[in-house]
Write a protein that binds this ligand. Structure first.
Ligand code: UDP
Length: 366
């Protein structure tokens, strides 16, 4: 008998397990995969930490969360500065003075503002209703057409006019020559990979891998007084109210006998002619000096029940359905739903950790 059965050993489940164990609660963590860590899991191949389920770059503004993760691993000083290939030319991201110089050849913020403001005015929408309108009223037509539209539609498999505007607000727009993709105060990659963090979190916790919760839901739930569920919320309720939509990904990992393939950890491929959205060269996350390299092409895919769900699609239809599931979840006093899939939220890692810490604080203050 356990106090908590924790379904999923990703960041949410592992933080919860750590906090509960610290308070002398008996936890069992199960995961259907053959390894722990969920999508932050890294596989070390020829000395390179390969982000098996897509690039993970840690960033936060919250000192408490930064200190929390630093208990388990030291972080390097990697700063994410992706570049984007569009129509054969490379542009810096996020949208900043370097990008604007590459687009228009202008060098001062004043000139850039004139161009962007003119384009925004020509578009003339006050209250953007979707991603396309949001982008056009934030950066104007040129940036939208060269760096956003095709990438976004490929990434999400639907028109930018059918996507929620908050997605594009993740990206900063700056009138300085600053290629840092994030605005947060703290940023880096754990030295030795993300597994170190998960190993630290799960130290002293019982973990069973290769266990599919849904193959044996009733019996497994009986093992503990409470369940922490981090999988898809609609699947937990057997899709009773209908299916939520997700976006899936396929990763094509490729070792290469060269020491440096693309000179940067992240290169985005904006145009629709490439089926993938980006190529990750993992060694650059850790300033690797190996003789060889490993790259990963990331292909967005239509999701179905046999595939992994990576991104929730937070449009109004799905948000409404999620709201219905949330009501069901609230009636289940002995189940905690947390993380990207159970809360149906486009969480970053620091937000997942923040959500799990907030939940444990509440849970153990009673
Ligand atoms: N985006 C874009 N062009 C780019 C990179 C991102 O238009 O070169 C848009 C796209 O809509 C994407 C969103 O910004 O879904 C968020 O990108 P981010 O890199 O934050 O997403 P993630 O790494 O979570 O996939």
């Amino acid at each position: 008998m356990y106090d908590y059965l924790i379904v999923g050993s990703g960041l949410y489940g592992s933080v919860f397990a750590h906090e509960a164990t610290k308070r002398n609660k008996k936890c069992l963590v199960i995961d259907k995969r053959s390894h722990f860590g969920g999508n932050v899991y890294c596989e070390n191949l020829s000395g390179i930490n390969v982000h098996k389920y897509g690039a993970h770059i840690f960033h936060t503004n919250d000192k408490e969360i930064w200190n929390y993760v630093n208990q388990f691993a030291e972080f390097n000083n990697y700063i994410n500065s992706p570049v984007s290939l569009s129509n054969g030319k490379l542009y810096n991201l996020p949208f900043n003075m370097n990008t604007f110089y590459q687009l228009w050849g202008v060098t001062t913020p004043q000139e850039v503002k004139e161009i962007i403001n003119k384009q925004i005015k020509e578009f003339g929408v006050d209250k953007p209703k979707n991603l396309e309108e949001q982008a056009l009223s934030l950066v104007g037509k040129d940036v939208y057409e060269v760096l956003i539209k095709e990438y976004t539609e490929k990434q999400w498999g639907r028109k930018a006019t059918e996507l929620p505007s908050f997605i594009i607000k993740r990206l900063p727009v700056r009138y300085t020559y600053n290629n840092n993709y994030f605005n947060d105060k703290y940023q880096g990659i754990p030295i030795g990979g993300y597994n170190k963090i998960i190993e630290g979190l799960l130290e002293g916790v019982e973990v069973k891998l290769g266990v599919d919760f849904f193959e044996n839901k009733e019996d497994l739930e009986k093992l503990a007084s409470k369940v922490v569920f981090t999988g898809k919320i609609d699947e937990y309720f057997d899709y009773n109210l209908g299916e939520l939509e997700y976006r899936s990904l396929r990763f094509e990992h490729m070792p290469l006998e060269v020491d440096n393939f693309q000179g940067n950890a992240v290169v985005n491929y904006n145009n629709a002619e490439f089926d993938f959205t980006r190529i990750i060269e993992h060694k650059h996350f850790e300033f690797g000096t190996q003789k060889n390299t490993i790259i990963t092409r990331e292909y967005p895919e239509k999701w179905d029940k046999r595939k992994e769900a990576y991104y929730p699609i937070n449009d109004s239809k799905n948000s409404k359905l999620y709201g219905e599931y949330k009501k069901l979840a609230e009636q289940k006093n002995n189940v905690i739903f947390g993380g990207r899939l159970a809360e149906y939220r486009y969480y970053d890692m620091h937000q997942v950790i923040g959500a799990a810490l907030a939940k444990t604080k509440k849970e153990f203050s009673q």
